[in-house]
Design a protein around this ligand. Structure first.
Ligand code: SAM
Length: 279
């Protein structure tokens, strides 16, 4: 199909004048499962209102799917089901993959609550193993919520986009939603506010402290803080998770080299949505 071996580093350096991103041997794979398993039950506190988010995700995705005859979707990083449940509620058949057993369990619980279990096929897999784990082809492949920048190595990113290509039917739609780190690389913010939830008898406050590392590749560790208390006494937890400071432009270059067509991007709140089709 598309067995070409890509050299993402050179593609990126070609695509971005004056910027050279390359892979060095001592960067290890980024295993995020411990982090996501640990936060699975608290994940929704990072949203102002998870139910509203669900509805917004569904309506937004349906808008993009409408012109592509989409019925079957692979959600390649489903997390607690933020997009998967929304799509299933709208009648799509979803294969929901994620490496975190904790988040998959959470997604299953949400699916049961919303009575859409029979429309979802849950699979425990990271991007790198998708080709072995899920039977394609799909009308659409999505990965939203800044999941792709968890891949630190050039090879992982190029192999993942090749896998997405292979898993789509001709004419199928790829949709990647991630933070465009290009906009943050200069200022390198350290503090990122989250939410304040006033629950009966409990206040829950979330925020992130970002630690930047020059790499290469440049990475940022998000230290996710959660402060819980009764209004007087509070307890704090801090959990770190690492992202590559990947830019939308870098991803678009790889999309194009993999063979995707009609590549275009849109802003969707804090995410950059990149869309493309398989010829
Ligand atoms: C911030 S969450 C986003 C989840 C969901 N899409 C959302 O928008 O709420 C990032 C997700 O990426 C997943 N993830 C991390 N590394 C991954 C990898 N190598 N392959 C696939 N998914 C990965 C995590 O398990 C987690 O579910």
């Amino acid at each position: 199909m598309v067995p070409r071996k890509l050299a993402l580093s050179s593609l990126i350096s070609k695509g971005r004048q004056g910027v050279f991103v390359f892979w060095v041997e001592n960067v290890v794979d980024n295993d995020t499962t411990l982090f996501y398993d640990a936060v699975a039950d608290d994940y929704h506190w990072w949203y102002r209102d998870w139910d509203t988010q669900l509805e917004r995700e569904g309506l937004n995705l349906r808008r993009y799917f409408r012109d592509h005859g989409v019925q079957t979707v692979l959600d390649a990083s489903c997390g607690p089901g933020t997009q998967t449940i929304a799509l299933a509620r709208l009648g799509y058949h979803v294969t929901a993959a994620d490496p975190s057993a904790g988040l998959l369990e959470r997604a299953r619980q949400h699916a049961a609550e919303y009575e859409v279990l029979d429309q979802i096929n849950f699979v425990q897999s990271d991007f790198q193993n998708l080709l072995n784990q899920v039977p394609g082809p799909f009308d659409a492949v999505i990965t939203k919520g800044n999941s792709l920048p968890h891949l630190l190595r050039d090879e992982e990113i190029e192999e993942t986009l090749l896998a997405f290509y292979e898993l789509l039917r001709p004419g199928g739609l790829l949709l990647i939603g991630m933070r465009d780190f290009e906009l943050l690389l200069e200022d390198r913010p350290r503090f990122w506010p989250g939410q304040v939830h006033d629950e009966p008898g409990e206040q829950i406050i979330t925020f992130d402290i970002w630690d930047w590392d020059d790499g290469p590749p440049i990475t940022v560790t998000l230290n996710r803080f959660m402060v819980r208390g009764d209004g007087e006494t509070y307890q704090t937890s801090k959990r770190p998770v690492v992202f590559r400071a990947l830019t939308a432009e870098e991803v678009e270059v790889v999309m194009s080299e993999v063979g995707f067509e009609n590549i275009h991007a849109q802003h969707d709140r804090w995410e950059r949505l990149m869309l493309a089709t398989r010829p």
